[in-house]
Design a binder for this molecule. Sequence first.
Ligand code: FES
Length: 276
Amino acid sequence: MWDYTDKVKEHFLNPRNAGAMENPDAVGEVGSLACGDALKLFLRINDQGVIENATFQTFGCASAIASSSALTEILKGKTVAEAEALTNKDIAEYLGGLPKEKMHCSVMGEEALAAALKNWRGEAAPEAHAEGELVCRCFGVTDVTIRRAIEENGLRTVEEITNYTKAGGGCGDCVPRLEEILAEVLGQAPAQAPAPKPLTNLQRMQKVMQVIDEVVAPSLRKDGGDIELVDVDGTDVSVSLRGACSSCPSSQLTLTDFVQKTLREQVDPAIRVKGV
Ligand code: FES
């Protein structure tokens, strides 16, 4: 089971400020019963912009209730400007930490606070998922929430994104998009196939011999010519044209346009061929 701190247990068993508020100055609502967690935050804010009271109604697990309780305690006495600077980290720290799989409960608190302050400023509450791209259909999580969670909490893996936002914790269809968003926020290119290892001298020599024997020589023999491999020194390949090729006026062209081109394509693009 989850390893909760004593403070989480205490706020779950004795939640502070639970219940609706009559005539609140601001209300923020996030989550949905369908997604398993929902939080409604009520604020009383005086004319000086100080939060005099905060209450909540939460549907969710022990850590969701404890996080909501902690949030209301943190908020009381804070100015709106101070409240705007709070993040989910403040909620988790207040509780002495949350299990990593439950960090999404603290993120829900941060989102409810942002919604309540928006409501207090008279800004229309956004319709569900209207802000940003809906990335995770299972839990109704947008890219705005995911990007903020990555930036504010220094997330580095998709598993961490799931712990903080729940995105990716259901059917898994959104995981490739989560990987893209993670790479974008971290300023990294999406993972690419590793570059092939450079050939050793021995490997290059063996491949040159093989391509000369199996591709180049049989082709030249069809026209009465032939080729002998004389030396391989790094990427320098020395060959001797034989038969009809040795006296052909186009022998230099054969070396560059056929022998060298074939070896560059099939062995190493740095190869230089010379006739001896
Ligand atoms: S769409 Fe995200 S887990 Fe199903």
